[in-house]
Write a protein that binds this ligand. Structure first.
Ligand code: TUI
Length: 311
């Protein structure tokens, strides 16, 4: 399936892997790119040196293109942005903010730029700055989210822009992929389905929690602080939501989640840690390799979209 995104990134399948904090390290990014998708390292709150090491490790595992996600709220965003230009990674994706001040640096270095947008306004602004594509991410996603759903955001961004749009949030199988294409997207980005991939260096208890999640197990913390984060319900979310209802201070709430993602992903503390996952977790039933995931989705989507018939 050729789209403007497979052409832009030089990849076989129009599937990107979300640059998830703690989760999207070199094994995962390399496995997704090797399987014909677009792997992305999550720089999250890492300093530039650590991200550079990760880039080198991906390059040892694959010669296929891959990207780096820069979380703009990170205290190291600026140094990571400069490093990504120096390393001339194939593409940079950004999240949780407006990347305008870094665009020229990346564009001068020939790095493709694909910001995550959560509104039509930011999407239009990004197109005016000549970015290569945008990721329209709905609030079905795990982690830090905006307020619109994928179903409503994607077609509005598609209508407002001429550049390619990548749909993200709530997509984890061939049906979701096909639906995103129907909404006008040229590719999808998935996070949660790759969290439970065999190659993801995620604690087995975290994967087990995602696999056992039901449709209604998803919560959003931080709505009152302006930093909404979607994760799976546990002791931490119950306590957080209780404190939030009581009008607890930002500091009190922060204290509860400090280092929580690491505790969950690395230590496997899925009761007290932050188990970030999208709403689609309820549908994901088994651990598979990245290749199996991508090939299964593409086969199903191609059939649904009439690219090929079975039998
Ligand atoms: O960034 C994400 N997802 C994330 S970042 C993250 S790390 C974190 N950990 C704990 C607390 C908070 C963050 C975990 N998950 N997704 C991309 C994304 N970007 N979602 C929403 C947005 C967004 C929101 C507003 C992008 C741009 C934006 O624009 C604001 C502006 O300045 O116009």
């Amino acid at each position: 399936m050729k789209t403007r995104i497979t052409e832009l990134l030089g990849i076989q399948y129009p599937i990107l892997q979300g640059g998830m904090a703690q989760v999207a390290e070199h094994h995962l990014a390399a496995a997704v790119s090797e399987a014909g998708g677009f792997g992305i390292l999550g720089a999250a709150a890492l300093p530039a040196g650590a991200v550079r090491e990760e880039i080198r490790k991906v390059r040892e595992l694959t010669d296929k293109p891959f990207g780096v996600n820069i979380m703009l709220m990170s205290p190291y965003a600026e140094e990571v942005a400069c490093m990504a230009a120096e390393e001339r990674v194939a593409a940079v994706t950004t999240g949780a903010g407006n990347p305008e001040k870094y665009l020229k640096k990346w564009q001068d270095a020939g790095v493709k730029v694909i910001p995550v947008v959560a509104s039509v306004a930011l999407a239009k602004r990004m197109e005016r700055c000549h970015v290569d594509a945008v990721i329209a991410e709905g609030m079905e996603s795990g982690g830090h989210i905006g307020s619109q759903t994928t179903m409503t955001l994607v077609p509005q961004v598609v209508d407002a822009l001429s550049i390619p749009v990548i749909a993200a949030g709530g997509i984890a199988d061939g049906r979701g992929f096909a639906a995103a294409r129907m909404l006008g997207a040229d590719a999808v980005q998935m996070g949660t389905r790759f969290v439970v991939s065999r190659e993801a260096a995620v604690h087995p208890d975290y994967k087990a929690r995602v696999l056992k999640a039901k449709d209604i197990d998803s919560e959003v913390t931080g709505l009152s602080t302006g930093h909404p984060v979607r994760c799976l319900r546990n002791k931490m979310t119950r306590e957080y939501l209780r404190l939030e209802k009581e009008g607890a201070s930002f500091e009190e709430l922060e204290h509860l989640t400090l280092g929580g993602l690491r505790r969950a992903v690395i230590d496997g503390d899925v009761m007290n840690g932050t188990v970030m996952a999208g709403q689609i977790a309820g549908m994901i039933a088994k651990e598979q390799s990245c290749r199996e995931i991508i090939e299964e989705i593409m086969a199903s989507a191609e059939e649904l979209l009439g690219y090929r018939t079975v039998g």
